[in-house]
Design a protein around this ligand. Structure first.
Ligand SMILES: NC(=O)c1ccc[n+]([C@@H]2O[C@H](COP(=O)([O-])OP(=O)(O)OC[C@H]3O[C@@H](n4cnc5c(N)ncnc54)[C@H](O)[C@@H]3O)[C@@H](O)[C@H]2O)c1
Length: 345
């Protein structure tokens, strides 16, 4: 048996290059094929990451050495492609958001379950060592009762980011704006650390960009664990700053900027606390001013985890159900914006 998993990429745009590079770095994975509805885009990737180029999706799915696919197309196409991939028996790594509505996410989950294929929704920042340290502290009860759980994303996207793309900034293909496209990673981490929300009350607008969806959104949240929080996200804040997450509890407080822990305050010190305070990695704007300004290491970790699950039968670190949570939260925020009333989950 081939000790490597053969991967095919669907959609050969910006993020596909991160998938191809991550696969190049993994010993037990290999990029064998690429498909894009624009053949020239597929050919361009194959020039830099040698693999077969397909111009016919059925032929791509029929290739026996494509054991798994990565879906790197506009968000509103993920469902159709993921369901077709599942029916073809391919394991799937699907970019965020899994889909743009909860119903469409559920259809993907059903297709993967029925066809017994693995589904890894991309949330590469969950693999950050900083996030994992915070998760361990929360699970160990070090924060006591969490009272405030909030996130801030003051980012910037040039007008050309939206005008230069047929799908960005549209309800049909982006499914939303600053919250659905950019802040979804932080939403995922917030729910991962603090649990799901009970209620959200949001206001939003397109304040500086000519787009259908929001470039700015604010919300107040009640979480199931009783804590409260605020969500403040925008792509209208030049030059763009590191995104922030804060958890404040009765026994301790944590804050994170980009992937660095910036506050680690506990009255009862444990060994290792000082080292954590010195910082895990340097703060940079991590996507704050440009979508390509991200690190490939998260995709390497997540594709490595899926590859191990396929070859060794190990559990996925992050499965399809986990990918549903942030989409449900974000769609709830949009429902509140539309109705002008709090949305109950
Ligand atoms: N994980 C992250 O940090 C991250 C960062 C950026 C983008 N993304 C996600 O990745 C996805 C793609 O974003 P992008 O910035 O690479 O977009 P992009 O526009 O650069 O690339 C999309 C590609 O998909 C192709 N395509 C469109 N419809 C297709 C179809 N039906 N079948 C095959 N190919 C098709 C396009 O021709 C294009 O080459 C989005 O869902 C986005 O949210 C994730």
């Amino acid at each position: 048996m081939n000790p490597k998993v053969g991967y095919g990429i669907i959609g050969a745009g910006m993020i596909a290059r991160f998938h191809a590079e991550a696969l190049r770095q993994l010993e037990r994975a290999e990029l064998v094929a690429v498909f894009d509805s624009r053949p020239e885009a597929a050919r361009k990737i194959a020039e830099d990451f040698p693999c077969r180029v397909y111009t016919d999706l059925d032929a791509f799915f029929a290739a026996p050495d494509v054991q798994a696919v990565t879906i790197a197309t506009p968000s509103g196409t993920h469902g159709e492609l993921a369901i077709a991939a599942a029916r073809a028996g391919k394991h799937i790594l699907c970019e965020k958001p899994l889909e743009i509505t909860v119903e469409k996410v559920d259809a993907i989950l059903r297709a993967c379950e029925e066809n017994k294929v693995l589904l890894a929704p991309v949330f590469q920042t969950r693999f950050d060592p900083g996030v994992q340290r915070i998760k361990a502290a929360v699970d160990a009860g070090r924060l006591g009762k969490i009272v405030l759980a909030s996130l801030q994303m003051h980012w910037f996207r040039e007008p050309s980011y939206y005008t230069g793309s047929a799908w960005r900034g549209t309800w049909a293909m982006d499914g939303g704006g600053a919250l659905m496209n950019q802040a979804i990673h932080l939403v995922d981490i917030l729910l991962y650390l603090n649990g799901d929300a009970k209620e959200i009350y949001a206001a939003a607008g397109a304040l500086t960009h000519r787009i259908e969806v929001e470039d700015t959104l604010c919300a107040a949240v009640k979480f199931r664990n009783g804590s409260l929080g605020t969500i403040e996200v925008s792509t209208s804040c030049p030059p763009g700053y590191p995104r922030k997450l804060e958890l404040l509890g009765s026994k301790g407080n944590i804050a994170m900027e980009a992937s660095r822990i910036t506050r680690w305050d506990f009255p009862e010190e444990l060994p290792g606390d000082e080292e954590i305070r010195r910082g895990i990695s340097a703060v940079d704007a991590a996507g704050g001013s440009s979508p390509a300004n991200i690190d490939v290491s998260g995709h390497v970790r997540q594709l490595g985890n899926l590859t191990d699950a396929i070859l060794d039968g190990t559990k996925l670190f992050l499965d399809g159900r986990e990918g549903r949570r942030a989409v449900e939260f974000i769609c709830g925020a949009y429902d509140s914006v539309r109705t002008g009333r709090p949305h109950q989950f």
